[in-house]
Design a protein around this ligand. Structure first.
Ligand code: ADP
Ligand code: MG
Ligand code: MG
Length: 851
């Protein structure tokens, strides 16, 4: 199979084979743009190189030399010939991995070549500059010699030695550092360079980059060998980088930088400060005009904002690279909308251009890049919940106040921290991963959160923490980034949040196109208002227990759980009934004429019980029993394994009155709304079902209670009864269960735990090794495990659809994850439900997965 291609033999559909750089160079050549000639060694050759114990095979070398021959004919130049050919040897993977691999310029240079070039260019300084740069880059990239050594050498000897003497010193240094002579033969240089570029595919930083960005390790890199053009030749030469639109704001203006009399690396190296591209219009007006024209052509051709590298040699423009430019989320939306208005993209194409994962950033703002540069980095944890926050450090939830901007720093968070979390600007935990309690809750509330920052040591007594040598006392300011997991000392400056007209328009297109319904997970009026503002179509999950932690409600619940006196229990139940009815009424009113799915009580009762001594004492007083008695009752309710313990609908089997009271509150609130002219659609959801018999037992109780309410109120309303699907058994028996309910809602958090037998909170301890060793590709609590958990979902959907009226959705964390949404679209769910701050992500992802 052919492994080495001329530019003329490729195009941009061959990017998997030729890499992004090579494919795009070929494409540019084919549409007639000024591109220095070149050849491309394919990614297949790279794969073979790795199979072949990292040596270039004789056949490959032969094929390379044959194509070099053609390159020499095309350019009219040759290695070590009268008109010497110099080339760049450039890495280029199918997926852009900026800065991860290497490029060598001016290859082919040796003493003979230098002499001939001096005759041609009549400029000794220029030629020896090329030569020195080549030795430096080759040494660094092929042999791993520090490039600083060469900078120092040049600095030290500048003006004291002739050009040739300087080159000889550089070669001596090469010999001292590597123990080998600098290779003089152009072909030897070439093979060594190709070898090292292939090898750079497996360097540590490239591997880490691929792991983080989930890029396939087996893809390999292509190598581009391209005739050099010289931006450092004279004052009418230069090099630059430009975007066809502003990558930060999206504005339609060429945006970029250039340097005259310079080679490509100089801009990045930061030795000289580049000029803004507008100045080129004055310095080299013809070139500027030509560049703008080409930029336009490329943008139209590739239908996307382009990031272009160019070089000017003696007043002639060459393009060296183009690719779709990276951009801020803000720019991404503006560019997508503008391109539709310009007629360049259809709405569908524009929607596909935006990565939904970056959208939450638009709603939170971010740290100003300039401010970040001067900030003191204290440490780094995991990016738990997108956004940034600035506040005073507080180590206990009860010390978080609305008056102050605070950041709650905890060893780990528990449901009792809800209040603290809701009041704090941001959350930091020492333990736990990106799906730990703190992160889930923080995301739900749109709070920024950094989790698993193991470098922090909290000293609760002194109320301070130490982190990487710094000590931060309670009350001091820190700034945290939920995008990167970074924690800074003091206050870092912010950019503004931007929910603007472009975003609104973009989202409206997505809504037209998508099929899946997008609901929100909302437990409070505030959440519901927020999610509605972002475009949620009703509530897919309203968790009642979160209401219990508000205000003084918790004591009512505790009383109900711990009391043995039937009158006392009845009183507590009645109180709970009233509180919940009011809560539901308020939420129904926000949602107006849409669906609200209320999940009945789910966590083990033990979670609500007092843990601190003073709370237990208070409880004893309220119930009029001894402290020992309270402690005994609390102990009795404790599960050995709470995740699989006495929770979910198990509670309703042992204590039916709990669910009955909740159902009553829901229906009464619904009737009240209907009396006020609202058309609410309450749906009652039973969690953690394991089979149809269990369901029927509970359903019978609920219906009896609901009928009683209808009778008392002299009025009926429409309601639905459904189950969460979060145990494997329920999925396997979904036909039996489906026949008895109006809807299924896949609780994929618990379904992942129960299917995989992994606890979400504990798995962070060992999961990293699973990814490093390639045992698992993605985090199953963030993106649905399609092969395993997804198979159960698929099966349950098929079985459940035997009931033609059944409605199906998902309400786990996966409901806000783009990759998972694609899967839910495929298996034919009716809706996804996610936290208010993920609603936009879900709308866009749903549209994309339907296109
Ligand atoms: P990266 O992938 O890191 O951007 P490149 O292969 O694009 O590396 O090379 C970096 C820079 O080197 C280019 O932007 C360009 O300025 C310069 N360069 C590469 N090849 C050539 C060439 N054939 N002629 C002139 N300059 C080149
Ligand atoms: Mg480049
Ligand atoms: Mg659950």
């Amino acid at each position: 199979m052919k492994k080495v291609y001329l530019f003329a033999e490729g195009n941009k559909n061959m990017i998997n084979l030729l890499g992004g750089k090579g494919g795009n160079l070929s494409e540019m050549k084919s549409i007639g743009l000024p591109i220095p000639e070149g050849i491309i060694i394919s990614t297949e050759a790279c794969k073979e190189y790795y199979k072949n114990e990292r040596v270039l095979s004789t056949e490959l070398k032969k094929e390379i030399l044959e194509q070099i021959d053609k390159l020499e004919k095309l350019t009219g130049k040759s290695f070590e010939g009268e008109h010497p050919l110099l080339v760049s040897v450039r890495s280029g993977a199918p997926v852009s991995m900026p800065g991860m691999m290497d490029t060598i310029l001016n290859l082919g240079m040796n003493d003979e070549t230098a002499k001939k070039m001096i005759e041609i260019f009549k400029d000794e300084d220029f030629v020896y500059d090329l030569y020195f740069r080549f030795i430096q880059m080759f040494s660094e990239i092929v042999m791993g010699v520090e490039k600083e050594l060469f900078f120092k050498l040049r600095e030290k000897l500048k003006g004291r030695l002739s050009n040739l003497e300087l080159i000889n010193k550089a070669k001596i240094m090469y010999w001292e550092e590597t123990g080998e002579f600098f290779p003089e033969s152009a072909k030897e240089q070439l093979f060594m360079a190709i070898n090292s570029i292939f090898k750079s595919w497996e360097n540590e930083r490239a591997k880490v980059y691929r792991r983080i960005n989930r890029i396939d390790d087996s893809m390999g890199t292509a190598v581009v060998i391209q005739e050099m053009v010289f931006g450092n030749l004279n004052e009418k030469s230069g090099t630059g980088v430009a975007f066809t639109r502003n990558p930060s704001t999206g504005e339609k203006n060429i945006f970029g930088e250039y340097l005259l009399k310079a080679q490509g690396e100089d801009i990045v190296a930061g030795i000289r400060t580049p000029e803004a591209i507008e100045r080129l219009r004055e310095e080299l007006p013809d070139i500027y005009e030509e560049f703008v024209k080409i930029a336009c052509i490329l943008e139209k051709h590739n239908k996307d904002m382009q990031d272009i590298e160019f070089t000017i040699e003696d007043g002639k423009l060459f393009l060296l690279q183009t690719r779709n430019g990276k951009r801020s989320p803000y720019a991404a939306i503006k560019i997508a909308v503008d391109m539709v208005k310009e007629g360049l993209l259809t709405k569908e194409e524009a929607i596909m251009k935006v990565d939904p994962a970056v959208l939450p950033q638009l709603l939170h703002g971010n740290f100003e890049p300039a401010a970040l540069k001067n900030a003191t980095l204290l440490g780094k944890g995991l990016a738990g919940s997108a956004g940034v926050a600035i506040g005073r450090v507080v180590f206990a939830s009860e010390r978080v106040h609305t008056k102050e901007m605070t950041i709650l720093v905890r060893e780990e968070t528990s449901p009792e921290d809800i209040k603290g979390i809701s009041l704090a600007q941001g959350i930091v935990t020492v333990k736990g991963g990106a799906t730990s309690h703190g992160a889930v809750v923080a995301r739900g509330m749109g709070k920024c959160c950094v989790t698993g920052c193991g470098d922090i040591k909290i000293d609760d007594i002194r109320r301070e923490m130490t982190i990487n040598g710094y000590t931060v006392k309670e009350g001091e300011f820190i700034s945290i980034s939920g995008y990167t997991g970074e924690i800074y000392l003091g206050k870092v400056g912010l950019t503004k949040p931007q929910f603007d007209d472009n975003l609104k328009e973009f989202v409206s297109w997505c809504k037209e196109i998508k099929r899946l319904g997008i609901r929100m997970n909302a437990d409070t009026v505030t959440d519901a208002q927020l999610g509605k503002g972002f475009g949620a179509e009703g509530i897919g999950l309203c968790r009642t227990e979160h209401m219990f932690f508000q205000k003084d409600k918790i004591w009512t619940i505790r009383g109900m759980i711990l009391s043995h006196d039937t009158d006392e229990v009845a009183r507590a139940l009645e109180k709970m009934h009233q509180l919940q009815r009011e809560d539901f009424y308020n939420i129904f009113k926000v949602v107006e004429n849409d669906v609200v799915i209320v999940r009945l009580l789910d966590p083990p009762l033990h979670e609500f019980l007092p843990k601190e001594q003073k709370d237990k004492e208070k409880m004893a007083e309220i119930l009029g029993v001894s402290l020992e008695e309270i402690e005994r009752r609390v102990r009795n309710l404790k599960d050995e394994n709470p995740m699989l313990g006495h929770r979910g609908c198990r509670l309703a089997v042992t204590r039916p009155e709990l669910y009955n009271v909740q159902a009553r509150a829901i229906i009464e609130a619904g009737i009240q709304c209907k009396r006020e002219g609202l058309d609410v659609k309450p749906e009652i959801m039973i969690p953690l079902i394991i089979g149809a018999k269990e369901l029927l037992f509970i359903k019978k109780n609920l219906i009896t209670e609901i009928e009683k309410v209808f009778e008392e109120q002299g009025m009926r309303i429409d309601y639905k009864l459904g189950t969460m699907m979060e145990t494997p058994r329920a999925c396997l028996l979904a036909d039996e269960i489906g026949a008895e309910v109006d809807f299924f809602s896949f609780g994929t958090n618990d379904l992942t735990q129960t299917t995989m037998g992994l606890s979400r909170d504990d798995s962070v301890k060992f999961m990293p090794e699973y990814y490093e060793n390639g045992i698992l590709k993605v985090e199953p609590f963030a993106t649905i495990d399609e092969r395993g958990v997804g198979k159960l979902v698929k099966l349950a959907v098929e079985l459940g659809r035997k009931n033609p009226h059944i409605e199906m959705g998902v309400c786990g964390e996966h409901g806000g994850d783009p990759k998972s949404i694609e899967f839910f679209e495929q298996v034919g769910l009716d809706y996804v439900s996610c936290s208010p701050f993920r609603v936009l992500v879900a709308i866009v992802a749903a549209a994309q997965s339907h296109i």
